[in-house]
Design a protein around this ligand. Structure first.
Ligand code: PLP
Ligand code: SF4
Length: 445
């Protein structure tokens, strides 16, 4: 049978997952995590200090189902959601610790934390200033339009997440420091903008995590897109980490059936619905509830594509990607992007050199079947576009990175190979020099 399962069939199967209530844990509530008392003093101190700079948030599913507490602090999911000492430089760490111990230093601590944050490149890739489109001379708030075919929308109610990834490039948003204007709902201007732009194929709803929104928030964002006047819009994408951090959203939360019916309506309208699911590690695919969530979503006719950055201490091994892609395909998902960790926030702790990332990617890629080789990477989401590290080679006697735009500010750049001098330590395009003694890359004019 193909097509849409009835909601009735979905409802029957969800019974066994009933009654899981979302319980968030923040720095103030970390003592309520039963396993917390059992872990080392250094990890507990690191959370107290580092969470002053980066926001900490996790939840009962991540804590009880995903983290192996016998393996803390090395456990990859612990590294993924709990702040670690190495996320601050030693001097920053000591400054915060000293001020925390000093009486009456509240203001001093606040200033110190703000100073530290400023040194951490809070606004990479010119997201805020360069990509906001205009309609009738007015900027469209909550919207980015960087690549011709795809418009990004940031609904204001979708700007948090079910848990926060320690390395997240959206960290300024979570500490309330983003200058970016989020839009409460899909505006008439935005819909008019889409109607007028026949080149736009994809509408990508992003966050944070839009799947923290309730049914009404999702409905009001998605339904206006289904009008016949937006025929040229072929795809609605939802970027989300909810499958990894809170799969009950699709299985047993009070509105899960309503949300799946909304997905069915998108598919029935003739559009492709793609969940761009952020999966970092195979541990996130092991629970029964995530498998059930994937099954139910796929029953609506939506497809799930997997993407994540490569993060040191979390998933910087070929085996973890091989397993992730293989398991993902088994569950019916499509491997999509492997990203390079962005140059912001606690990057020194999490970054993987491009050469190493390419090596890990290639080793994993060689060990999966063709069905998992839909994945592309390592890819940098940089100011000029998405840049693929497509190989390491020797050209005219020079060891080089072979690079290629997968997306470009100028669509003409896409697919054009270019070369950078090999540098085993470089972690981002900024650190690369053009090969063959050239002054600048072709796109830098
Ligand atoms: C990644 C990205 C997209 C989507 O690119 P695809 O290659 O189509 O997945 C769109 N806009 C921005 C700003 C992006 O970073
Ligand atoms: S789920 Fe995405 S937006 Fe949310 S904290 Fe993780 S990386 Fe950031």
């Amino acid at each position: 049978m193909s097509g849409l399962a009835s909601a009735g069939e979905n409802i029957l199967i969800k019974k066994e997952f009933e009654s899981f209530k979302y319980t968030p844990f923040t720095a103030a509530k970390v003592q309520e995590i039963p396993q917390w008392k059992g872990i080392g003093r250094e990890s507990r101190e690191a959370l107290e200090i580092v969470s002053r700079v980066f926001t900490f948030r996790t939840n009962n599913y991540v804590v009880n189902e995903l983290i192996d507490w016998n393996n803390v602090p090395e456990d990859p999911i612990f590294q993924l959601t709990f702040p670690q000492k190495g996320m601050l430089s030693e001097s920053h760490y000591d400054q915060v610790r000293t001020l925390l111990q000093k009486d009456g230093a509240k203001k001093e601590l606040e200033d110190c934390v703000n100073q530290i944050r400023k040194t951490l490149n809070p606004h990479p890739a010119g997201q805020l200033s360069h990509n906001v489109p205009e309609f009738n001379g007015e900027p469209l708030e909550g919207v980015q339009h960087k690549y011709r075919e795809t418009v990004l929308f940031f609904p204001s109610r979708g700007q948090t997440c079910h848990a926060y990834c320690t390395y997240c490039f959206r960290w300024p948003q979570f500490i309330g420091r983003s200058n970016y204007k989020f839009k409460a709902r899909l505006s008439d201007q935005l819909v008019s903008y889409l109607k007028a732009n026949k080149d736009v194929r994809d509408f990508l709803i992003t966050g944070g995590d839009p799947m923290v929104m309730n049914y009404e928030g999702l409905r009001s964002t998605i339904e206006p897109l289904l009008t016949e006047e937006l025929e040229h819009l072929t795809t609605v994408r939802i970027g989300t980490k909810s499958l990894a951090y809170w799969p009950y959203k699709y299985v047993s939360d009070p509105e899960s059936d309503d949300i799946l019916r909304l997905f069915e309506r998108v598919v029935e309208s003739g559009k492709h619905l793609a969940l761009m699911a952020h999966f970092s590690h195979p541990a996130e695919l092991k629970t029964d509830v995530v498998k059930e969530a994937i099954r139910r979503i796929r029953n609506t006719g939506a497809e799930i594509r997997m993407q994540a950055p490569m993060i040191r201490h979390v998933n910087d091994s070929a085996e973890s990607w091989r397993k992730l892609w293989t398991e993902g395909v088994r569950l019916g998902m499509i491997p999509y992007y492997l990203f390079v960790e962005r140059n912001t926030g606690p990057m020194e702790y999490f970054e993987v050199p491009l050469a190493r990332a390419h090596e890990i990617f290639t080793e994993a890629y060689r060990k999966v079947s063709g069905l998992a080789r839909t994945v592309r990477g390592p890819s940098m989401s940089a100011f000029h576009g998405k840049i693929l590290v497509s190989g390491i080679s020797e050209v005219a006697g020079e060891k080089v990175f072979v690079l290629k735009f997968l997306q470009g500010r100028d669509p003409e750049w896409v697919g054009r190979p270019f070369f950078a001098s090999f540098d085993p330590k470089a972690c981002w395009i900024d650190a690369l020099r053009p090969a063959f003694g050239e002054e600048r890359f072709f796109f830098e004019d």
